[in-house]
Design a protein around this ligand. Sequence first.
Ligand code: FES
Length: 155
Amino acid sequence: MERRQFLSWVGVGMLASSLPFALAACSQTEEQAEAEGDTGDNAGDPVAPLETTVDDQGFQALATREQLALGPVLVQSATLPVFIFEIDGEMAALNPTCTHRGCTVALQEDGTFLCPCHDAQFTTAGAVTNGPAEAPLTTFEIKAEGDRILVKVEA
Ligand code: FES
C-alpha cells in the first residue's frame, strides 16, 4: 500500500470513528431540554408582566386583551410563569410547568397541553390525561379590567 493510500484510509477511519460523537454533540438531550425549560412549539419566550404590583387580592395585571387577541401569551409573573390563552371564547391561565419534571408544556392544535420531555398530556383545565405526570397543572383565576388581563398568582 502506498503512503498516500494509507493516509487516505487513516483519514476515513478517523472521520468514521468521530461521527457518533459529532452526532451526539449536535442532538439535544432530554436533560438539556429539561434544564433549559424547553418551551415546545408555541409557548415562545416569556414576556414581562404588564404591571409588577400585586393587589391585595393577589391579582397582577400580566397582559392586555390586545396581546391575547394575537394568540396565547406566556408571561413571567413575579413568582411563576403564567400561560394565558382563550378556550371557547373564555380566558384561562395556568402554570405551564409540567408537574413531572418541570419542562414547559405546549398548547396543541387539538386543545390539549403536551409536555415535550416525556409526552405527558393535560386538558386545558390542567387535568392529566396521559402520564407520567400525576398532578395537574396549576390553574389561576383570571379576569379582565378594561384592556388589562389580571391573574391571581398569589393566594
Ligand atoms: Fe413533563 Fe416529564 S417533564 S412529562
